[in-house]
Write a protein that binds this ligand. Structure first.
Ligand code: AMP
Ligand code: GLY
Length: 443
């Protein structure tokens, strides 16, 4: 198949890399791609949100499939335009991508569909929002309605923090239009996990569960990031929960959207809070009464979850994506391998705040060594998140620079393999979390 992947991060590298693993050979392109993606796909110099030029490229090149990685092009209607041009596209149309682009819309769909989630209300007036706070207790969660690059959620421990967040968004205009409406949301106790559902408009197949590490420092300290590591499967998602997640969370959303004339195709990513005796930690039950509640929906593959989940998929990934894009996805299209995967993000010093770029990365070509004591050589894969070529070197060009995935029979093997590969790589200012998968190990 001739396939265009849109995006330039670790997620898109993992998508292109996984397509290149299919038994059948594909002609792979990526717009705009990065220094690592160039190993598996031809990079096309068009920005991921340049809808007009992406569509022009697709009309001229006639790919069999376009796979959209990031949320921004989805929200501005890249898929709508590709569909008009008759190009099969994996990803939701703009109306569907509002599940990520507007937290108020996502709540409205969940309420209409009876999906368990935190109780929430939206406000545009700061005084009214503050007056509502006492009913929520503490902690309380304040969210900007729109896309705010992962910074629009404040978990407030005190009323003062909650009021300051409301003022920042509604009075100080901190997130511009994205924060012109705020949600006040019930704090959910428990352990988070990510479920990526592949949806074809009518049906969904769940990909293996995973868990992200959103805080920048070990022990889940410091500010939120795009994600500092992931592993799959996540033991908090016991197998008895998967049918419930599909039937009570994913399918009701797909059906509710359909009822409103929105055919959702692509990934529906459910960020979930699990709160039962198996969760770590677990706390008071949510008002919904459910032990699994939706924290957020995203309209795309998670990053770095994708770098942990896709290496675990067997079968033809291109066929699964194409079937979802064409509305004929089958359970058999998703084949899960028994291996466990762990992914470590290598970040630039200063991230998620300001950081320098252009640091030369060494160790990318070093041959991975077997972890001492392991029965077989370790299997690792380095995905590029924010890199580019400068002369003959690969240099950093983002906050999250590389995603290093290890695979193993056990989670311990996967984590050890990933960290052994990390030890071979360096660039000025590089840092990473040393406790990826700690919740699984604390069990
Ligand atoms: P979001 O962008 O909605 O995923 O929120 C970012 C992070 O804030 C989530 O991954 C959670 O860790 C936290 N969060 C968001 N909403 C809630 C909630 N209702 N209860 C507890 N934590 C939350
Ligand atoms: N890792 C979180 C996200 O992709 O939104």
């Amino acid at each position: 198949m001739k396939i265009l992947v849109v995006g330039s991060g670790g997620r898109e590298h993992a998508i292109a890399w996984r397509l290149a693993q299919d038994a059948e050979e594909h002609e792979l392109y990526c717009a705009p791609g990065n220094a690592g993606i160039a190993d598996v796909a031809m990079c096309v110099n068009i920005a991921a949100d340049d809808v007009a030029n992406l569509v022009a490229w697709a009309k001229a090149e006639k790919p069999d499939l376009v796979v959209v990685g990031p949320e921004a092009p989805l929200v501005i209607g890249l898929v709508d335009e590709m569909e008009k041009a008759g190009i099969p596209c994996f990803g939701p149309v703009a109306a569907g991508a509002r599940m990520e682009g507007s937290k108020r819309f996502a709540k409205e769909i969940m309420d209409a569909a009876g999906v368990p989630t935190g109780k929430a209300e939206t406000y545009t007036d700061a005084a009214a929002a503050k007056a509502a706070l006492p009913a929520y207790g503490l902690p309380v969660v304040i969210k900007a309605d729109g896309l705010a690059a992962g910074k629009g959620v404040i978990v407030a421990e005190t009323t003062e923090q909650a009021e300051a967040a409301i003022d920042d968004m509604l009075v100080g205009n901190k997130f511009g239009a994205a924060g012109a409406e705020v949600l006040i949301e019930e704090f959910l106790h428990g352990e988070e996990c990510s479920i990526l559902a592949m949806v074809d408009g009518e049906n969904a197949v769940l990909l293996p569960s995973s868990q992200d590490h959103k805080r920048v420092f070990d022990g889940d300290k410091g500010p939120n990031t795009g994600g500092m590591g992931a592993y799959s499967p996540a033991p908090v998602v016991t197998s008895d929960k998967l049918p419930m997640i599909k039937e009570k969370i994913i399918m009701p959303v797909v059906r509710e959207l359909k009822k409103r004339g929105i055919t959702y195709r692509g990934i529906l990513y459910a960020g979930l809070m699990v709160n039962d005796a198996n969760a770590n930690p677990h706390g008071p039950l949510a008002k919904s009464g459910s032990t699994v509640n939706v924290v957020e929906f995203n309209a795309r593959f998670g990053d770095p979850e994708t770098e942990a989940v896709l290496p675990r998929l067997g079968g033809s990934f291109a066929t699964a994506l194409l079937h979802a894009a064409k509305g004929c996805l089958k359970d058999e299209d998703i084949v899960v391998k028994p291996e466990t995967a762990a992914t470590i993000i290598l970040a630039s010093g200063g991230y998620p705040g300001s950081y320098e770029k252009g640091k030369v990365i060494s160790g990318l070509d070093t041959v991975p060594q077997p972890v001492s004591g392991a029965a077989s050589p370790s299997v690792t894969q380095v995905f590029h998140c924010g890199t580019k070529f400068a002369d003959d070197s690969v240099v950093t060009s983002g906050g999250r620079v590389l995603s290093v995935t290890g695979l193993g029979v056990t989670l311990r093997e996967a984590v050890d393999a990933a960290y052994a590969r990390v030890a071979q790589i360096s660039f000025d200012g590089m840092f990473y979390r040393k406790d990826i998968a700690h919740r699984a190990f604390e069990r």
